[in-house]
Design a protein around this ligand. Sequence first.
Ligand SMILES: Nc1nc2c(ncn2[C@@H]2O[C@H](COP(=O)(O)OP(=O)(O)O)[C@@H](O)[C@H]2O)c(=O)[nH]1
Ligand SMILES: [Mg+2]
Length: 345
Amino acid sequence: MVATTHRSAPPPDPALIAATLASAILKGERRALARAVTLIESTRPDHRSIAEGLIESILPQTGRATRVGISGPPGAGKSTFIERFGLDGLNRGRRIAVLAVDPASKRGGGAILGDKTRMAELSRAPGAFIRPSSAGAETGGVAPRTREAILLCEAAGFDTIIVETVGAGQAETTVADMVDMFLLVLPPAAGDELQGIKRGIIELADLILINKADGPLLDHAHRAAAEYANAIHLVRPAYSEWQVEVRAVSALQGDGVNAVWDDIARFRLALEETGTWARRRADQARAALLAEIGTALLDRFRSTPAVATRFHEVEAEVRAGSRTPAAGARMLLAAFLGETQAPPV
Ligand SMILES: Nc1nc2c(ncn2[C@@H]2O[C@H](COP(=O)(O)OP(=O)(O)O)[C@@H](O)[C@H]2O)c(=O)[nH]1
Ligand SMILES: [Mg+2]
């Protein structure tokens, strides 16, 4: 072929893109970090392969940050708390990344927009990075991508990673499994008044903050804190080296907020001394590995033609009770394995 002056550009080299992005992230460039988080949320196979190369290359620079999960019902004051707490942290010389996870909302959820205005000062601070995570169920849930976003933030030099999630359902357990310490922010109402907060969620908490302890709600908050403190004593502690505390705070006025930094430091020290910290991280990584395998296998399974043609029929039979789940699963698995294995000779 004759060379022309209008040569088309060679296809971008994924390894080169990943390497360029990695070096910018390691220098702490926030725009590169934001681009990388967008990249890992993408479902495009070419993006996915760049993302995996990127994560692999920054991995040695991760793991040093403290990962803190913050959950609680909508309106409890999580975002207001994170703004105050984050600014206190910056004053202490910390570098803070906030990943807001909202599994219920797809792109551009209203809750996230509200959060941006509630964290206005923090989002402008050079030492902070705030990022709503919008990865929906189609990417295998928020968990795998949020885990990768945490690693990217650590590589960019953030020493405290906050993962905020709305306290509604499965999300807390998912977030609790990817952080070191789990904080629950609750409104100043106790016991039966507090609807929608499940006992199981209370049991996940390493620290419980009863918010809005100010103005006319001050007494309510302290009463609620005392009730929760009593209830907590009946729960079997998750760690022998840590006693869960319940405290009344005011995110709006800042009362009791700065002290949470000391709680987190004490928690980390106590767990590091006994080796629980490292063991928990290792267990989390192993669980993530199994989860990734499970998701990938299920994707392959459902997209295999022999399974895809029969799946809905079997699903309907199982729903109707005319076939047991065990029998349905066995039949579809046989179809799957029959198609992926080499036929017997
Ligand atoms: N009085 C009082 N109001 C608060 C406090 N923290 C948050 N709020 C208010 O509670 C509402 C919900 O706060 P937000 O941070 O968005 O809650 P989130 O949904 O848990 O993130 C807002 O109107 C806040 O101004 C507090 O400490 N005291
Ligand atoms: Mg919020």
